[in-house]
Design a protein around this ligand. Structure first.
Ligand SMILES: Cc1cc2nc3c(=O)[nH]c(=O)nc-3n(C[C@H](O)[C@H](O)[C@H](O)COP(=O)(O)OP(=O)(O)OC[C@H]3O[C@@H](n4cnc5c(N)ncnc54)[C@H](O)[C@@H]3O)c2cc1C
Length: 425
């Protein structure tokens, strides 16, 4: 920590998404820190990424959010189901068959509401959350990040300083871009096109809130996420060349692809598309480093993994929580050098690597979860634990030794360590 500076707060957080608000709530309420969060948008605002996984519960419970989510009336999600290329539904996977913990019921959340609840929670915890403030750049002194330059909506610029800054700016990934730290995944580079429907067909009973993954012949997959108010989030993920083969009109591409899977066609034809079609590339990446002196990266601002298993919000909550613990330790020790975040980076990267292996297996055309479990019944529990997000401080070596007999798995990426200026060593 550079001691002769005058600081505006203990921790500055860029971005009030799930990662930023998790960190803000923990640091302000549990640790009693003075926290300022800067958010460029005004909430509620649209955001993709509605399907939660069971282990989101752990951090949401730490934040005191689980009862609030129950009360809000979000669509409850109790299962995941897969539909093959021919439109045939396989037996859904029910979380309650694996665990009788409250996390066996999770939620499909419209992010306007969920993110606003998270922001309100951070404010209630004592964090100062300032909307309509865009962070433009970082202030560095001898290579140590000591604050940010920002501007309000009138274009008025100002500076804020803190011993630690947390970059939670999502896929904008401010620090990662500034330092050219973004490392794309060598293989997971798909694009996604998605939109919303109202009144689409919903499966009955316990399956009403299921996330459905429906394959498109050899090319990609659809997601179908039922939300409250009879709305469905639906999207397709595939190779760029495949989706853009006849042009770039997103609505036309979407209409064309719906016909590629009978289940999707049947479910969506009962409903009405509304609002925009969105598209995104840069589908999987990680920053070369998870931290430098005075700064740590959390959520999508650190790493983004193809969301086929809905791991994004889970990783945002988890990195927000573990990142906050690491920041607190650094502040208590009086040393906010990057080494303080080495353990955080290692644990998070290992967790991401387990899920990344599953994503690679999913895209391997010869792979099926059923085949592995048929041959090695004893791995079912580990496989399920991994899929529902029990990723931190776990050892799934045996599971992936078995899976590697059926799919080509990636070696671990070297990125995600800590950078250091040497100024605080
Ligand atoms: C197509 C697609 C489908 C997905 N589906 C799922 C899913 O089903 N389930 C799931 O769990 N995840 C899913 N995800 C991933 C999920 O959306 C993200 O992982 C999650 O939102 C990350 O949270 P975050 O807090 O890191 O970032 P965000 O939620 O993006 O929040 C970052 C915040 O930072 C703010 N910000 C950015 N730049 C600045 C700046 N300069 N100054 C101030 N504020 C700034 C932004 O306005 C934003 O509010 C999906 C992602 C994509 C692309």
């Amino acid at each position: 920590m550079i001691t002769n500076l005058s600081y505006d707060c203990d921790v500055l957080i860029i971005g009030a998404g799930p990662a930023g608000c998790t960190a803000a709530t923990i640091l302000a309420e549990e640790k009693g820190r003075k926290v300022i969060v800067l958010e460029k948008e005004h909430f509620p605002r649209y955001h993709v990424g509605e399907s939660l996984i069971p282990h989101c519960w752990d951090t949401l419970d730490r934040l005191g959010m689980t009862d609030r989510l129950d009360e809000k009336g979000f669509q409850v999600k109790q299962s995941v189901q897969f539909v093959d290329e021919g439109g045939e539904l396989s037996t859904p996977f029910y979380f309650s068959e694996h665990t009788d913990h409250p996390r066996a019921k999770t939620w499909q959340v419209d992010r306007e509401t969920f993110d606003t609840m998270m922001m309100e929670r951070a404010r209630e915890a004592g964090a100062q959350v300032r909307e309509g403030i865009k962070v433009l750049d970082f202030i560095e002194q001898d290579g140590v990040v000591v604050g940010v330059r920002a501007e309000d909506e009138a274009g008025k610029g100002f500076e804020l300083r803190a011993p630690v800054t947390m970059d939670a700016s999502g896929r904008d990934a401010l620090f990662q871009r500034k330092k050219k730290w973004r490392k794309r995944d060598p293989k997971l580079n798909k694009i996604a096109i998605w939109t919303l429907y109202k009144g689409a067909k919903r499966d009955p009973g316990v399956d009403e809130g299921a996330t459905t993954v429906a394959y498109v012949k050899g090319k990609g997959w659809f997601w179908n996420i039922p939300l409250k108010d009879d709305i469905v989030s639906t999207g397709i993920v595939a190779e760029r060349d495949y989706l853009y083969r006849d042009g770039r009109d997103l609505a036309e591409i979407y209409e064309r692809e719906i016909k590629e899977n009978k289940w999707v066609e049947e479910h969506l034809s009962e409903g009405q598309q509304f609002g925009e079609y969105w598209v995104t590339g840069e589908y999987s990446y990680r920053a070369e480093n998870c931290a430098t002196d005075g700064l740590v990266l959390i959520g999508d601002a650190f790493a983004f993994l193809d969301p086929v298993f809905s791991s994004g919000v889970y990783l945002a909550l988890t990195t927000g929580s573990l990142g906050a613990d690491a920041v607190e330790q650094a502040l208590v020790s009086g040393n906010t050098g990057s080494e303080q975040f080495a353990d955080y980076g290692e644990r998070v990267c290992q967790g991401i690597e387990w899920m990344r292996k599953l994503v690679y297996a999913f895209y391997d055309k010869d792979f099926s979860f059923k085949d592995v479990v048929m041959k090695y019944a004893e791995i079912r529990r580990d496989l399920t634990d991994c899929l529902i997000g029990d990723l931190i401080d776990k050892d799934y070596t045996e599971l992936f030794d078995r899976v590697s007999e059926f799919a080509e798995l990636p070696s671990e990426l070297p990125h995600g360590k800590v950078a250091s200026s040497g100024a605080l060593a």
